[in-house]
Design a protein. Structure first.
Length: 187
């Protein structure tokens, strides 16, 4: 293993720490976090490529190439079905009880990337954690990209617990040129 790859693994672990310690609504942690090795990231890339071909989604194919070329990947997911209990209405229901009833009655669709409805507070927590993680990567000069698509494939592969309703993938790379820059258009 090259020194850069060792450093990327260390930074991925620091990113996981940054995500875990990021502020959370009401102080309740509903995040699931996992660092994937190069080999595991390759498996994720393979599934993303399959999904891109099956669903005819061009940017999934492009992102699969980035994942395959990455040294590691951080997954951050949220159990967004866990209501914050503050009746804010951000989920579209006037009270958390309405949100929880909707979650119980929801229909299962054949293919939806994520599972909703989700508590807006939990989704904000997820965004803050992702931001804290990528800030940590930037501080340590590790190239990265936040991938919605990689999160879809991670959910499909159940790389985080099934109760994660939304997942983002953050592939990491340390090369002479940022592999996430000047990516070909998926259009």
């Amino acid at each position: 293993m090259k020194p850069e790859q060792n450093a990327v693994k260390t930074v991925a672990e620091l990113m996981a720490l940054a995500a875990r310690t990021a502020p959370k609504g009401r102080g309740v942690d509903t995040l699931e976090i996992r660092v994937l090795t190069k080999k595991e990231t390759g498996k994720l890339a393979g599934r993303l490529e399959e999904l891109g071909e099956e669903k005819k989604i061009g940017f999934f194919l492009r992102d699969a190439k980035n994942l395959a070329a990455s040294d590691a990947c951080l997954l951050i997911g949220s159990r967004g079905d866990s209501a914050a209990g503050i009746n804010c209405g951000g989920c579209g229901y006037p009270a958390c009880a309405g949100f929880e009833t909707a979650r119980m009655k929801k229909k299962k669709f054949s293919f939806t990337p994520f599972d909703g409805p989700n508590c807006v507070i939990r989704m904000a927590d997820l965004g803050i954690a992702v931001g804290s993680a990528v800030k940590t990567a930037q501080i340590h000069n590790v190239d990265n990209r936040v991938l919605y698509s990689g999160g879809v494939a991670a959910r499909d592969l159940e790389l985080l617990p099934k109760n994660c309703t939304v997942i983002y993938a953050i592939p990491l790379s340390a090369t002479g040129k940022n592999i996430f820059f000047d990516r070909p258009s998926s259009r």
